[in-house]
Design a protein around this ligand. Structure first.
Ligand SMILES: *Cc1c(COP(=O)(O)O)cnc(C)c1O
Length: 324
């Protein structure tokens, strides 16, 4: 729910209050804050509280566990300007999927070289826009995409997006839609070579809401074979590895980070100039937002107490069932 854009009605801007705090709120402080908003403003509509202290803690956690991996926050995960501004101030870069997302980030004063246009199927008008504002790194996974890029932004540096092995147990696998199959990689690299594109590296996404972080190891291994194939084709040396999103903020994060570190060491130990980037979305958005909603209906059916709240995934009423 936190990752879907909210209607303005369902949000209040609590930033004036939360921004003063440097540390994340404890559960009791958060509850007290929510109570105060409800009583001060007689608020019955659902609203979110964004704890900027949590965002900062997550950023610290990222840099201490994965210092060699530069985060590009996936804007689509929550494009609310408050977390975007905070992420920019903390030094994050950004993964934008559309013109609107690029505009939102540039409006914060972030330079275009801190943005990756990480959508491997872009609208032509958005590619043209990226060229006009100097966003010079994007992904591709088809020859058709290369054609569009040739037309509107031929100087753009490219990352070939590969389909990552489907072992991540992701709630939202992305492989059906995005990523070159292993047998498509060489023909795509050849097409890029023939078109005189700059292919700077490889990108993948193990899937959102992943549970099996070994997927990172397999995907990093697969990316390494693409680096080797490019070298065999005589292409200029690749130097960027984009390990995508799929991170979660809970206790699993340190395990995930160590899988990533070990795999980088194992497969890329001989690439000292490698730049590693990632596109965490839910990692930053998931636990920094808390939704407060009111119970607006109840009934007992089949020994279940059922409650309705005034918020839901489509912005409509959602039912919570609790066994009595
Ligand atoms: C959605 C998406 C992300 C963010 O994924 P999370 O699982 O939320 O971390 C990153 N990169 C791309 C290309 C995406 O489509």
């Amino acid at each position: 729910m936190v990752s879907s854009p909210r209607s303005p009605k369902a949000e209040i801007s609590a930033s004036g209050l939360t921004r003063k705090r440097v540390a994340a709120l404890s559960e009791n402080e958060l509850l007290a804050f929510i109570q105060s908003v409800i009583s001060d403003e007689q608020k019955m509509e659902p609203f979110y509280v964004l704890d900027l202290g949590v965002v900062a803690d997550l950023f610290d956690m990222w840099t201490s566990n994965l210092p060699m991996v530069q985060p590009f926050y996936a804007v689509k995960c929550n494009p609310n300007p408050d977390p975007l501004r905070e992420m920019a101030a903390l030094g994050s870069n950004f993964d934008c999927a559309s013109r609107a997302e690029i505009e939102a980030i540039l409006a914060l004063g972030v330079l275009p070289d801190r943005i990756v246009f990480a959508n491997s199927c872009k609208a032509e008008s958005h590619i043209k826009y990226a060229a006009s504002v100097g966003v010079n790194l994007t992904t591709f996974d088809s020859k058709e995409e290369l054609e569009k890029i040739r037309k509107w932004h031929p100087e753009c540096a490219l990352l070939i997006r590969i389909k990552s092995p489907e072992i991540s147990g992701a709630r939202f696998p992305l492989g059906a839609k995005f990523g070159a199959l292993p047998e498509e990689v060489v023909p795509l690299l050849q097409a890029a070579q023939a078109g005189k594109f700059t292919v700077s590296g490889v990108s993948f996404h193990i899937g959102s809401g992943a549970t099996n972080f070994r997927a990172f190891e397999e995907a990093i291994a697969a990316a390494k074979t693409v680096f080797e194939k490019a070298a065999q084709l005589g292409m200029p040396k690749m130097h960027i590895l984009n390990i995508g999103g799929g991170f979660s903020a809970g206790p699993l994060f340190t395990d995930t980070a160590s899988v990533v570190k070990t795999a980088l060491q194992k497969y890329f130990f001989n690439e000292p100039c490698l730049e590693v980037m990632a596109e965490p979305g839910q990692y930053f958005a998931e636990s920094s937002f808390t939704l407060a909603a009111s119970i607006i209906g109840k009934r007992i059916r089949d020994e279940l107490r059922q409650y309705w709240i005034n918020d839901g995934i489509y912005g409509v009423h959602e039912l919570f069932a609790v066994r009595s």
